[in-house]
Design a binder for this molecule. Structure first.
Ligand SMILES: *Cc1c(COP(=O)(O)O)cnc(C)c1O
Length: 355
């Protein structure tokens, strides 16, 4: 058995893999595989309807928001957000908390003026900037709630007084949020919602057409909303597997319940990082992420030795991103506390062997 701490595509529950694999052989007594059914079939229409209903229920999405399943990943949203929200000659405000945040800002700068309101690049993004101000004449404020690479997370939406867009790719559905605090939320599914290939967008309907630009239809939120996420052939299988995962989450008790588990999982691992003299957390303690936990050791030799031991113990995906080094344990919803315990035990074993 492997313990998958990979940052993305991510672990999903065993039950989801089982049901998803069954549907590849035959989907819902249709005599057809999920991979060959028409996206216009009643059966698949039901899948999209249920997936949307589950997102609405699990995140308590208000009526005046659309829930969309799009393609192109979170990276496509880096471009779609300014296309739809930033008027010609307008300005957008971005908080720079990592590579993803800065890529999002870079895409927006191709379409208008971007003001970086604050950046933590001076310390390799190990902290979340505080006390910045946002220009009131900006069309919107954009931030990344969880910085997947650096292991920092913003739990409280910054109070900025202008429409707010958030990239929640790596912490969507991991904790309770108030959707009404945001004007647009997007998340590539492959971190915490499902397999790669589908991107969740939750957008306030009043934002449609806000930029006044001529937007190619495929990049127009309103077109996708009107078509019920069926403007063109949607990623059928990715939506289906996401729907199964949303069902699993609902059966567990929803976001409220998983958040408590996620708190315990993260605390268990951070406690060991702080206790064990061989390991050191890289993120500012107050800004630590619950989803991606980054830590290093004193020497490259120790890190290589620990990585080897981890491999022997069935821990996969814990090597840190090259821009941080060391280790990153991604502890998404489907990762169980027993996997956390396996990692903690391995850290203790390393300590015992080495000291
Ligand atoms: C992974 C990630 C992205 C990029 O997602 P793609 O779907 O690969 O485009 C963007 N933002 C965050 C926070 C991520 O973790």
């Amino acid at each position: 058995m492997k313990h998958n701490f990979g940052a993305g595509p991510c672990i999903l529950p065993k039950e989801v893999f089982q049901e998803a694999s069954q549907a590849v052989i035959e989907f819902n007594n249709t005599g057809l595989s999920i991979l060959e059914i028409s996206h216009r079939s009643k059966e698949f229409e039901q899948v999209v309807i249920e997936a949307e209903a589950l997102v609405r229920e699990l995140l308590h999405v208000p009526e005046n928001y659309s829930v969309l399943f799009l393609q192109g990943g979170a990276s496509q949203q880096f471009a779609m957000v300014p296309m739809n929200l930033l008027p010609e000659g307008g300005k957008a405000a971005y908080l720079d908390t990592g590579v993803w945040a800065s890529k999002a800002a870079k895409e927006a700068s191709k379409l208008g003026n971007v003001e970086i309101v604050a950046s933590s690049s001076d310390k390799n993004y190990t902290y979340i900037p505080q006390g910045f101000s946002v220009p009131s004449d900006a069309a919107y404020f954009h931030f990344t709630s969880n910085n997947t690479i650096y292991g920092t997370e913003i739990f409280e939406k910054p109070a900025v007084g202008i429409p707010t867009v958030v990239d929640m790719s790596s912490d969507i559905l991991s904790r309770v949020i108030n959707v009404a605090d945001y004007d647009l939320i997007y998340a590539g599914a492959q971190k915490n919602m499902g397999p790669a290939g589908v991107t969740l967008v939750i957008v306030k309907n009043e934002l449609f057409g806000k930029s006044g630009r001529t937007v190619p239809t495929i990049f127009d939120y309103q077109a996708h909303a009107k078509a019920g996420s069926m403007y063109n052939t949607p990623p059928v299988y990715s939506i289906y597997v996401s729907m199964l995962n949303l069902r699993w989450l609902k059966a567990k008790g929803g976001v409220e319940v998983i958040e408590q588990e996620n708190i315990i999982k993260a605390r268990t691992l951070y406690d060991e990082i702080d206790r064990n003299p061989f390991f050191k957390g890289t993120a500012n303690v107050e800004d630590r992420s619950r989803m991606n936990i980054t830590f290093v050791m004193d020497t490259p030799e120790q890190e290589a030795a620990f990585l080897n031991l981890a491999k022997e113990r069935g821990l996969v995906g814990i090597k840190g991103h090259r821009s941080v080094g060391g280790f990153r344990a991604s502890v998404y919803n489907a990762l169980t506390i027993s996997s956390i315990n396996a990692l903690v035990d391995t850290m203790r074993e390393f300590e015992e062997k080495t000291k």
